[in-house]
Design a protein around this ligand. Structure first.
Ligand code: HEC
Ligand code: HEC
Length: 197
């Protein structure tokens, strides 16, 4: 047993120190918090460097939990299979820990320039996505534009499917393929209402 594990077993420290950089030989996945597994792709604080991986920081907790369940049970599989490989390695008790971690981080910073499309208003997207009381409609603002565009395209083509809400997005976007990139550009450039000023 190494010193860190011994200290944990004795209850001397409740949470491992994130800044610690132990030698690889000391790496012991069980003594790390579960969200560290997510950091490689999503960023430790939920701001990801690569637009293939969505920002998770400040996202609604019920939405994060619902998506993890959807990857686990196969209902969502438009990610090329990366997420199922990760979430099946999580213990059930790790899921709320990872969700609470990312949901409590600051939202990502907005990026790019507003293209000023009216599609968001015209198609009624705000009714759910701008309703702070809707726990399952994710924040879209300040998300990577490439990720947003991919999700809309996946809804439109049926790659992200299998629920009434996915069918609804497909119906909304079917005749509006040309609006997807301007929508994604505007949303990415719009600060989250709770973005620290
Ligand atoms: C190897 C890279 C990788 C790792 C590690 C990873 N993810 Fe993901 N994650 C992805 C990809 C890829 C997507 C979806 C991209 C897509 O749909 O096009 C995704 C999507 C998600 C989503 C959906 C977000 C949204 O806005 O719909 C959640 C929630 C999520 N991941 C949580 C986690 C958690 C929690 C962990 C750690 C336990 C984790 N991920 C680890 C690659 C990763
Ligand atoms: C009736 C409520 C409602 C309306 C209207 C709506 N959405 Fe959604 N949207 C949701 C919900 C709920 C989800 C989560 C889907 C899931 O659980 O898979 C979602 C998911 C999304 C996502 C995926 C985000 C992510 O992080 O992966 C995008 C992008 C999106 N919506 C864009 C839009 C756009 C653009 C419009 C207007 C054309 C729209 N939505 C209209 C409720 C709505």
């Amino acid at each position: 047993m190494d010193l860190r594990k011994a200290a944990l077993a004795l209850g001397l420290t409740a949470t491992p120190v994130l800044a610690a950089t132990p030698a690889l030989a000391d790496f012991d996945a069980e003594s790390y918090p579960p969200y560290e597994r997510c950091a490689l792709c999503h960023g430790l604080f939920g701001v990801s460097a690569n637009p293939r991986f969505p920002h998770l920081g400040g996202q609604k907790p019920a939405y994060l939990a619902a998506q993890i369940r959807a990857f686990l049970d196969g209902a969502r599989h438009n990610d090329g299979g990366q997420m199922v490989a990760i979430v099946t390695e999580l213990a059930a008790a790790d899921i709320p820990v990872a969700v609470a971690w990312f949901a409590s981080q600051d939202p990502p910073p907005p990026t790019g320039q507003i293209a000023a499309t009216t599609a968001y208003a015209d198609l009624g997207c705000a009714a759910c996505h701008d309703d702070p009381a809707d726990p399952l409609a994710p924040h879209l603002t300040a998300q990577h534009p490439e990720y947003l565009a991919k999700q809309m395209e996946d809804f439109r083509t049926g790659r992200r499917a299998g629920s009434d809400i996915a069918d609804m997005h497909r119906a909304l976007l079917t005749d509006h393929a040309a609006a997807i990139v301007p929508l994604a550009t505007d949303l990415a450039a719009t600060p989250r209402p709770d973005f620290p000023q």
